[in-house]
Design a binder for this molecule. Structure first.
Ligand SMILES: [Zn+2]
Length: 324
């Protein structure tokens, strides 16, 4: 299995500034609460290892639970799929509106976030000797990469589907079961109400041997591990699920996939903790963590590189192949 590090470096402020995202976070929490008011089911079992979830804490009054086996985190109450789908659509629409937090940083998000994803897909296809695949993109519409994917010329066909529709959507004569050669899923597992069901549904759309590309925020990564639920990037509906790297591996393996690449090429872990300390001066950190945050830029860069090399950054990406 491969693991890839990156040499790209960019500041937190150029992709998701902490101070600028407060409004978006509040909107997300409001939409999640609205969906949950219409009725909830309590999540009791880890979808990756089937262990009973344990109380962990709350994000602004919304309870999260933790798997004692793999360390994955989950929002404890979950709304009906249709209500959750509505919340996801609302926050996506808001995020892409001009009021949203990254309206002013579209170009740097393209360069630092979206373009590297396309490079990753392209190099994987080359490595796996797959040419002109038919790609299913699983996302909350409107997808911010669909156009990029189409214009890349890498795929013979790109079809986007709402991640919350896929479980219930029947295969069509145009796109029957086993039709797609690849599936791209950017942080969908972090958001959906039933990640295991989503994986089953997308697997049925893939050919045997088809490739699955996944990115996720992982709870085993440095900034989430250090900050826990005080991490201001962790809130529903976007992060209703925060698998650990191990949890993600188990989930995919049990859904019938072989792992080809598991990397954590994140570059922002240390800076995220630093930004939280600036925002919340009373933040309780260990002596070691404070020492790290007071260290030179060179030391911090070396530590961030270590996190990447050892799979301990909070940004994970996985390539898996559907077993025959
Ligand atoms: Zn688990």
């Amino acid at each position: 299995m491969r693991s890839i590090q990156t040499t790209i470096v960019f500041p937190l402020s150029s992709v998701k500034p902490l101070d600028g995202q407060q409004r978006y976070r509040e909107r997300c929490l409001a939409e999640a609460r609205k969906a949950l008011r219409r009725g909830v089911q309590w999540r009791r079992e880890c979808p990756a290892c089937a262990l009973t979830l344990e109380a962990f804490g709350d994000v602004e009054g919304l309870d999260y639970v933790r798997c004692p086996g793999c360390g994955s985190l989950f929002l404890a109450p979950m709304a009906a799929a249709s209500d959750w789908a509505l919340a996801l659509k609302e926050v996506t629409r808001y995020r892409q509106s001009k009021d949203a937090f990254h309206a002013g940083i579209t170009q740097s998000r393209y360069e630092n976030v979206l373009a590297p994803k396309l490079d990753w897909i392209q190099s994987t296809l080359r490595l796996q000797q797959v040419s002109q695949p038919r790609l299913l993109e699983v996302a909350t519409p409107p997808s911010d990469v669909e156009e990029l994917l189409e214009e890349s010329g890498l795929f013979s066909e790109v079809v986007a589907i709402d991640e919350m529709d896929l479980v219930a959507a029947p295969a069509t004569p145009e796109h029957p079961a086993g039709f797609f050669d690849g599936v791209l899923m950017l942080e969908s597992l972090d958001r959906v109400s039933d990640p295991a069901a989503l994986l089953r549904a997308l697997s049925s759309r893939l050919v045997a041997g088809g490739l699955l590309f996944v990115t996720a925020l992982v709870s085993s990564g440095f900034d989430v591990a250090v900050l826990g639920l005080r991490n201001l990037y962790l809130y529903p509906p976007d992060r209703a699920n925060c698998f650990s790297r191990r949890g993600l591996e188990l989930l995919l393996t049990r859904a019938g996939f072989t792992l080809l690449e598991v990397s954590t090429p994140g570059v922002l872990d240390v800076e995220i903790v630093q930004a939280h300390l600036r925002q919340i001066p009373s933040l309780i950190l260990s002596g070691f963590e404070r020492q790290l945050l007071a260290a030179t830029a060179e030391t911090q860069a070396a530590f961030q590189a270590f996190l990447q090399q050892h799979g301990m950054s909070s940004f994970a990406r996985v390539v898996a192949r559907k077993r025959p």
